[in-house]
Ligand binder design. Structure first.
Ligand code: SAH
Length: 224
């Protein structure tokens, strides 16, 4: 899978993809993440990418031209399944969307800044708008990193058995059960006996029951 992230602050995306599971995905050739500096597509001398909002009011708006130049350039070299704009008014990101996107081949993710982007970009270029939650961040880079991480780890071959996504929260509309590791007793606090019984079927049953219990308590909406 290839993800091209368009940003005016590409440095913000240094790091998230260079470690742990995401690094392994890149090293194995299962995911390629390119960060594209939008300023490279500005035609002005000052590399301008934003301007005052028509109608007045506080805050700058990202201009259509550099974004259009950038997206058109990318599209001339690659076929994209989705051109995603990270936006607080987009559809709320969930595991189902991540599962869907993990089956695609090429994605563009556009990160907004300032007041947002010229609406015409959204009307004419963007195919999907995704929010990471009902709060406003200063830019789309962290949301783009969240989306990319959540999607890349679902690509077949990225996770190994120990980190399997199948037993994670939301994968089957259940939250994950509690987990424990050594020591079996700390400060008098004990690990549930059953987990050390070596009886796989009983352990699985216990985990399932705890998952259902936790989901009922914390996220009953998932069980509907
Ligand atoms: N004026 C806009 C917010 C702009 S925030 C509004 O009120 O809706 C600047 C940029 O940060 C946005 O263009 C978007 O790309 C990103 N962003 C902020 N919050 C986000 C969220 N919850 N989910 C996804 N992207 C977000």
């Amino acid at each position: 899978m290839r993800i091209d992230i368009i940003s005016v602050v590409p440095d913000l995306l240094n790091g998230p993809f260079d470690h742990s599971i995401l690094k392994r995905a890149r090293d194995k050739g299962l995911a390629e993440v390119n960060v594209i500096n939008l300023r490279d597509y500005s035609t002005s001398k000052q590399k301008q990418v934003d301007d005052y909002a028509f109608g007045g009011g506080a805050g700058m708006v990202m201009m259509i031209e550099p974004i259009a130049n950038c997206i058109n350039d990318l599209k001339s070299k690659c076929n994209y399944d989705e051109i995603i704009y990270m936006s607080p008014d987009g559809e709320l990101l969930n595991q189902k969307i991540c599962n869907q996107l993990s089956l695609t081949r090429n994605l563009i993710i556009l990160c907004g800044h300032y007041k947002g982007i010229d609406e015409r970009v959204r009307e004419h270029f963007i195919t999907r708008e995704i929010s990471v939650g009902d709060y406003v961040l200063s830019g789309g880079e962290l949301p783009a990193a969240i989306l990319s991480d959540a999607v890349i780890r679902l690509i077949p071959g990225v996770l190994n058995d120990e980190t399997s996504a199948l037993t994670d929260s939301f994968q089957d509309n259940l939250l994950a059960p509690p987990v424990y590791t050594r020591p079996a007793e700390y400060n008098g606090w004990k690990v549930p006996e059953i987990l050390m019984s070596g009886h796989t079927a009983n352990v699985e049953k216990w985990r399932y029951e705890r998952a259902v219990e936790r989901t009922k308590q914390r996220r009953p909406d998932l069980l509907k």
